[in-house]
Design a protein around this ligand. Structure first.
Ligand code: ZN
Length: 467
């Protein structure tokens, strides 16, 4: 479309939004009133009710095909609105209608499932994560439907009810409906922004590999007087191995651990360096002197773009009051590593196993047992056209460039969409770090509902004209 048409259309969208804003927020309130707490069996009927509410909302928006798909857990709501132009791309819009539990209830200033608007903020469980954000692309689809009969790109809505419990049934559903979920890009309406004034887009998140080390010596706990100096100590052997895995500067010293790690380019390092990091403030927030780790990288580089290795737990031997002169028979440790592109979790676990075998003291065996939940890191090409389009739209909306950020944690849906559907994911939602997600007094800034509406409508237009 020409830019003139674009402008005219934006004006038309703005007036549609102004005319419908109060109704849309009333609907958000209705959804918040349904206590769709996925973790609690007592809310099973509420979950079904929330799924039906979301399905009805999609139908009311004009989405021609809407289904509530059962899973072994809570249902998934699927809506399909193909573009009129068969050459237009399709976006798979993801969000979740379930929430975290609301307890402790007495710490809420107003009841969690009774939406309350104060100072431009809507308070209620799920207001930000993720009900407010879920409704933004639905409202945009409705606006396109009323303005021009349908959205400029194909939209497939995939709203799940188990995000807050780890999406245990999402992957089988993706596999079963692979054809219906065919798209050009995924857009997650479950995500955050750097701050209310500073937009951000996610470039990468980390994978995970975990192991449990099980060290064994004698057949049972033995007397340290009778056997000291002769019998092996598996607890000592375990800490010897663990201590050999990092040097004093925090560098990981496991041979083969970094195999496949994609080195950071100068441009990537410059982009990370452009994002402010307050080392002193970080230290204060944790009650530590400041960040630690491999001095060859900045703290943000280490957290976002370098693999990490953490000892999560260790146990063995006598732990009661006083002393017990024992040589324990066994000792254990749990380790998890956050991985970056293109590390293979299996190869990382194999490198740890080789290192353990090399450093195990005589008389002890140390088994390396993988912990379930391994995943590869996720990354989107910084030049992905949909990401560039989102970047442009955000720059226009905020008057500044979004930070291109990475996450030290994992984004499971991005990994699922990549592995199961071959889709890259753009994260476009407005959960703010201070909005008490998962805690008492969760709220959603209503200015972000307005912003989100503008950003999504412009992005859909951009994606249709990029084609
Ligand atoms: Zn969420």
């Amino acid at each position: 479309m020409s830019s003139e048409n674009g402008k005219g259309e934006q004006g038309q969208f703005a007036s549609w939004f102004d005319a419908n804003r109060a109704r849309l927020l009333g609907e958000l309130g209705e959804l918040i009133r349904i206590p769709s707490v996925s973790a609690l069996p007592a809310h099973r009927d509420d979950m079904a009710r929330a799924a039906e509410w979301v399905a009805a909302r999609l139908r009311a928006a004009g989405v021609p095909t809407v289904e509530v798909l059962p899973t072994s857990g809570h249902p998934v709501v699927l809506g399909e609105w193909p573009a009129a132009d068969p050459d237009a791309p399709t976006a798979l819009i993801y969000a979740h209608y379930d929430t975290q539990p609301a307890d402790p209830f007495d710490e809420w200033e107003t009841p969690p499932f009774e939406p309350s608007e104060r100072d431009g903020r809507l308070y209620g469980r799920g207001a930000s994560d993720d009900k407010g954000n879920l409704l933004i692309p639905v409202a945009v689809a409705e606006a396109f439907g009323q303005a021009q009969g349908g959205p400029p790109i194909g939209l497939t809505f995939l709203f799940e009810g188990e995000e807050e419990i780890g999406s245990p049934n999402l992957r089988p559903l993706l596999a079963a409906h692979r054809d219906r979920l065919r798209a050009d890009v995924a857009i997650s309406a479950d995500s955050g922004m750097w701050s209310p004034e500073q937009p951000s887009l996610v470039l990468a998140s980390k994978g995970l590999a975990g192991v449990q080390l099980d060290a064994r010596g004698a057949a049972g706990d033995i007397h340290s007087g009778l056997h000291g100096g002769m019998a092996p100590n598996p607890l000592g052997a375990l800490v010897t191995v663990l201590a050999s895995m990092k040097d004093a500067d925090g560098r990981i010293t496991i041979d083969g651990f970094f195999d496949g790690v994609r080195p950071l380019t100068e441009l990537e390092r410059a982009e990370i360096a452009a994002i402010p990091f307050d080392a002193a403030g970080y230290g204060r927030s944790l009650g530590i002197a400041g960040p630690v780790g491999d001095p060859a990288f900045t703290p943000l580089e280490r957290n976002w773009a370098r693999p990490t290795f953490d000892l999560n737990g260790i146990w063995g031997g006598f732990q009661g009051a006083g002393s017990k002169t024992v040589i324990p028979a066994e000792a254990h440790a749990k380790i998890t590593c956050r991985l970056v592109p293109d590390q293979d979790p299996g190869a990382v676990i194999a490198a740890i196993a080789r290192h353990v075998a090399l450093h195990t003291l005589p008389g002890v065996t140390i088994a390396v047992n993988p912990i379930a939940g391994s995943s590869r890191a996720y990354a989107i090409d910084p030049a992905h056209p949909a990401l560039l389009a989102a970047r442009d739209v955000m720059r226009a909306e905020y008057g500044r460039d979004p930070y291109m950020i990475r996450l030290g944690g994992t984004l499971p849906v991005a990994e699922f969409f990549k592995a199961d559907l071959g889709l890259d994911t753009i994260f476009l939602a407005w959960e703010m770090p201070d909005e008490n997600l998962h805690g008492p007094n969760e709220f959603f800034r209503l200015e972000n509902f307005d912003r989100g509406f503008r950003v999504y409508s412009q992005l859909f237009n951009r994606l249709s004209s990029d084609d």
